[in-house]
Design a protein around this ligand. Structure first.
Ligand SMILES: Cc1ncc(COP(=O)(O)O)c(C=O)c1O
Length: 359
């Protein structure tokens, strides 16, 4: 079986975890600090703040920006549920703007029409490893005085015109095992703003600046040194992992037939968290069955856009039509692209897809 995702854990990660276990400092300690510093350097920002997951990184960032009940945040409906749920966690409302057909990312041309007096922020989601159009999004945010929270949970190391994602606004990353790098579970916030960084650190630690003095409501969103040790060892491999993902993606795009392969806009470096094709003419479900019969893992990210999820429709009253997101949900299929694939694996994927599509 060729799996859709595979974390690559080596001796470095194992050794680093053993060292933490021997050190006696298991919760947030020196490894978390070292991981944060290395992550900030990778992103080209002043601060990184480690949390327990991508979801808590998003939740903490939104709180740190002062967003709360009655506020609106513009985001994409074609993403993992955590992007929008994190807006709900603080009592604000996600406002969904449709995506571009070619990149699957939020369409900047549609954002201004969705801005209201309640809008406080835009949350671009850099889906599948590809940056959103950050030039347009940053321009709109400046013109309307809006915050930018980047959901970069799928895009570690991706760049837009030479700048790393997570360095435009407040960045958020997931370190879940299927991601380009992992800490088992974990998240990271990136910012060059001293005040936002300080606020995130306080929220992560029960609103505490001085030990047992609580100035505001906070949470326990601290990463452990065990997770940070894995993350730090993985971060050193990010560049090489991403190169292998890109090489695998190039092979697939050069050889696949009868499907729409991923688009890489000029100026963007795609890091292929997912290699996502479109399967036209209602043939996706049958192609999935065919791939499963040939031992090839694949996945649909995402089968239901968020504005059509049961909770959003029944409990929150969403009734929108967002045609590009709905079409993408019917057509997308992600194929294995992870760094552990062999040349033989790639050849098997190509021949199974091409055999089915040529029928
Ligand atoms: C786009 C996006 N946002 C947020 C998250 C949440 O990250 P986590 O699973 O680490 O909480 C994910 C993780 O799958 C994601 O893909």
């Amino acid at each position: 079986m060729i799996s859709i995702a595979k974390p690559l854990i080596g001796d470095e990660e194992k050794q680093a975890v053993l060292e933490v276990l021997d050190s006696g400092i298991l919760a947030q300690g020196p490894r978390v600090k070292a991981f944060e510093e290395a992550f900030a350097t990778m992103c080209g920002v002043k601060h990184a703040i480690a949390t327990t997951s991508g979801t808590t990184a998003l939740h903490t960032s939104i709180l740190a920006l002062g967003i709360g009940p009655g506020d609106q945040v513009i985001t994409s409906p074609f993403t993992f549920i955590a992007s929008a749920n994190s807006i709900l966690f603080v009592g604000a409302r996600p406002v969904f703007v449709d995506i571009e057909a070619d990149t699957f990312n939020i369409n900047p041309d549609l954002i201004e029409a969705a801005i209201t007096p309640q809008t406080k922020a835009i949350m671009p989601v850099h889906l599948f490893g590809l940056s959103c159009n950050m030039q347009s999004i940053m321009e709109i945010s400046k013109n309307h005085n809006l915050q930018v929270i980047e959901d970069a949970c799928q895009s570690h190391g991706a760049t837009y015109h030479g700048h790393k994602v997570g360095s435009f606004g407040t960045g958020t990353f997931s370190l879940y095992p299927t991601k380009n790098i992992t800490s088992a579970e974990g998240g990271m916030i990136t910012t060059s703003d001293d005040q936002i960084a300080e606020s995130c650190r306080v929220i992560r630690q029960h609103g505490m600046r001085r030990r047992y003095y609580h100035d505001e409501l906070g949470f326990n969103f601290r990463m452990t040194d065990i997770h940070a040790a894995i993350g730090l060892a993985q971060l050193k491999k990010l560049e090489s992992f991403n190169r292998r993902r890109q090489k695998n993606a190039t092979y697939l795009s050069n050889h696949l037939q009868g499907v729409v392969t991923p688009c890489i806009p000029p100026g963007s470096e795609h890091v292929f968290h997912q290699y996502t094709i479109r399967v036209p003419d209602g043939r996706r479900e049958d192609l999935m069955l065919h791939l499963q019969e040939h031992g090839i893992g694949c996945g649909v990210y995402y089968p239901v856009p968020i504005h059509q999820q049961t909770y959003y429709v029944n409990d929150l009253g969403y009734q929108q039509s967002l045609p590009e997101s709905e079409k993408a949900a019917r057509e997308v299929l992600s194929l294995p692209v992870h760094p552990a694939l062999s040349t033989a694996d790639l050849q098997s994927i190509v021949s199974a897809v091409n055999e089915f599509m040529s029928k």
